[in-house]
Design a protein around this ligand. Sequence first.
Ligand SMILES: C[S@@+](CC[C@H](N)C(=O)[O-])C[C@H]1O[C@@H](n2cnc3c(N)ncnc32)[C@H](O)[C@@H]1O
Length: 266
Amino acid sequence: MKTAGPGAGNYESFYREFDSPRMRQFRRDAYGEDIGQHSWVDADELRGDIPRLGLSPSSRLLDLGCGPCGPLTFILASVGCHGVGLEQSPAALQIGRERAASLGIEALLSVQVADLNEPLPFEPRSFDAAISIDVILHLRDRQQFFLEVAKLLRPGGRFLVTDAGVLTGSVSNEEKRKRNFHGHTQCVAAGWNEELLESAGFRLIETENRTASAERNASGRLAALQKHPAELEKQQEYLETVIGLSRRGAVSRFMYLADVREPAAT
Ligand SMILES: C[S@@+](CC[C@H](N)C(=O)[O-])C[C@H]1O[C@@H](n2cnc3c(N)ncnc32)[C@H](O)[C@@H]1O
């Protein structure tokens, strides 16, 4: 089996323990409903996003940076379509396979270890829709990444991406250090993702400020960690920083929905 990519940071070690009874209880306490996520998304946000993707049971959905496949398996179970998850952490993908089996949807899910900083391993126009939840802030060249995703989608195919690192105020060096808990992290100016999506061949349909969900779920995670002192010690500073930056409106989380422009008629 391939090992985790160089940008795995502390995700890989975290994922080895991800599905223990203790961690499941932690997610129930933190998010209210455990869908196997490791991000700022919760079940209600995802329920609201599924119709945005325009999926049917015959669709093929790509999840870029799927982690342990929580949001991906949630969508597959709800729509009945096929999904492919790309992720750098083999431990996360193993958990994803087990999750799909426990939901009885293993035939709908394929997963593959991949580094999203590299060209993506599929033929052009292989997918009807794509998602990437709270991942792009870890990538080194999001312009290249958006170009790759546009190539893999059929014309009109939808892409829903969230970015929890949009700069909407001032951030100190100290705050940056504490926020970068998961390794390489790039924050971008407000408006930058929109420009890059358009220049990669997407048509922007909708953007939504979802900073409230980052603040709510970071607060839920911080409260749930009170029962786990060893973990609390590791994550307290990070979660408090996310909460503070969100409340101040200095770093925001945005959702972008776009589709691939149809080729111009000749
Ligand atoms: C905040 S987690 C989100 C996981 C999942 N999307 C979810 O919502 O539960 C970010 C994920 O991006 C993955 N990731 C970061 N950089 C990556 C890269 N260069 N290639 C592939 N995956 C990457 C991490 O391993 C991690 O699983």
